[in-house]
Design a protein around this ligand. Structure first.
Ligand code: PLP
Ligand code: SF4
Length: 449
């Protein structure tokens, strides 16, 4: 029998059987947080991934349910008070708190959006030479929301569908005119939320016209974790699997960029079956996730995660540093600790799992890897390098930042020597290298999915 999708949000989460053991006070606090931050989970997650004897600590509970500590106590109490006493002022207060939490400011997308004959091309982003990102309009939501997602502004309607497009023709024209582009990344939200019919409409045009130098099609998704039935028993799963085969038959490499945050997401029979079906099409699956406090800040867990991925035939890809938006303070880990988690895990897996790269910060100017922490003449330094950049000249060149035990992001670090300034956004030479390209307001719009 087919499992029917049921979403739980702040409106109906009281129906979740397993929550009935929580005190009314706790439920109220969760509901208050859900007024401010997006909340959506589903029946696959509640029935298969959460150990209800271990809440609130359970990592998947942390991953998809609002936690009172995600807001500061003053804000939380204010929201609760308004919920109970003066609903008319609630929306205003909620918006005030949201704006304080660094949602994507309006206009930030503009500069990464290529224009074609003067018109901005909605739903297309081109930041790195080889890869174009494509945001189909109907793929801008997900089967559940990660509590750490930096796209949360979009989910609560501050930034609604700004990046979405309904057209593939514009994309095809763009790829045709930009022969340096080899990769197309279809992303969201989660494009796997779309019915196969719709996805096919976008993809068919692309694989038929073979625009420019396009070789690789990637689909970013968390559906393997949040709704593996998408690939197995949903009404149009078989059609989806056929579509994957068609992409490959047309001569493209297809890779699913899977977002796995925790090893339990890889343990169910459902996900194992989904992975098998995808791999049987000839597609590959590459896996990525940020590292987060309360969820996966533990080297053993990453050893387990990468090892399982390899055993299941998937390829470990990126470990990200959590981004600075939303309830980030809640998930924050100092860069040093992030680096230690990565190194400790990396040192304990075989070469097959050492395809993982990280920890990597997705910054305005590119992906910056923390490659080491070294001590020379009683000074400590962060060894850094770009693994992706708008400025290809900077890629794979080592640079140094002064050690700072509290740093959680690149902007907490300073160039160690004059020659390192080039690599920092504050550096003058950096601006020179960027000449011709607007050099601020760039934001990396790449979902963790
Ligand atoms: C990471 C990323 C890509 C893909 O980069 P790869 O290193 O080729 O995986 C493309 N666009 C953006 C904006 C990204 O952040
Ligand atoms: S991280 Fe990905 S799957 Fe999670 S809510 Fe954000 S876009 Fe959706």
């Amino acid at each position: 029998m087919r499992t029917k999708f049921k979403a739980y949000t702040s409106k109906n989460f009281h129906e979740i059987e397993q929550l009935k053991n929580l005190s009314p006070g706790t439920l109220l606090r969760m509901e208050a947080v859900a007024k401010v931050l997006p909340f959506r989970t589903n029946n696959y997650i509640t029935d298969n991934l959460i150990n209800w004897n271990n809440i609130p600590e359970d990592p998947i509970f942390q991953l998809t349910f609002p936690q009172p500590e995600m807001l500061n106590e003053t804000d939380l109490q204010r929201v609760i008070k308004l919920m109970q006493e003066d609903k008319s002022k609630l929306n205003e207060e909620v918006r005030r708190i949201q704006m304080k939490m660094n949602p994507q400011p309006a206009g930030q997308l503009e500069l990464n959006t290529p224009s074609h004959e003067g018109a901005k091309m909605k739903g297309i982003q081109h930041k790195y030479k080889e890869t174009v990102l494509f945001f189909p309009a109907q793929g801008q939501t997900c089967h559940a929301y990660c509590t750490y997602c930096f796209r949360w502004a979009q989910f609560i309607g501050i930034d609604e569908l700004k990046m979405a497009t309904k057209e593939s023709q514009e994309l095809i024209n763009y790829l045709g005119k930009n022969p340096k582009v080899t990769d197309l990344l279809i992303t969201g939200g989660d494009p796997m939320i779309m019915k196969t019919k719709l996805l096919r409409r976008y993809i068919k045009d692309i694989i038929e016209s073979k625009p420019g130098s396009l070789k690789n099609i990637r689909i970013g998704t968390k559906a393997l974790s949040y709704w593996p039935y998408r690939f197995t028993e949903d009404e149009d799963s078989d059609e989806l699997i056929s579509l994957f085969k068609e992409i490959i038959a047309a001569g493209f490499h297809l890779t699913i960029m899977a977002h796995f945050t925790h090893p339990v997401e890889m343990d169910t029979p459902e996900v194992k079956e989904a992975v098998k079906r995808i791999l049987a099409t000839g597609a590959t699956i590459r896996c990525q996730s940020p590292v987060l406090k309360h969820i996966n800040d533990d080297a053993d867990l990453w050893v387990e995660m990468w090892s399982k991925q390899v055993t299941m035939g998937m390829i470990p890809y990126y470990m990200f540093v959590a981004r600075d938006t939303g309830p980030k303070g809640y998930f924050n880990i100092p860069l040093e600790e992030t680096y230690e988690i990565f190194s400790s895990a990396f040192s304990r897996v075989s070469g097959l799992a050492r395809t993982a790269r990280g920890p990597s910060m997705s910054t305005k100017s590119g992906k910056i890897l923390i490659d080491g922490i070294i001590k020379r003449d009683s000074h400590k330094y962060f060894v850094l390098k770009y693994i992706q950049s708008r400025t290809p000249e900077l890629v794979n060149r080592i640079f140094l930042g002064n050690y700072n035990s509290e740093a959680v992001w690149i902007n907490d670090l300073e160039p160690a020597f004059e020659s390192d300034e080039l690599f920092f956004e504050s550096g003058k030479q950096y601006m020179l290298l960027e000449k011709g390209i607007p050099d601020d307001e760039f934001d990396d719009e790449y979902a963790f999915a």
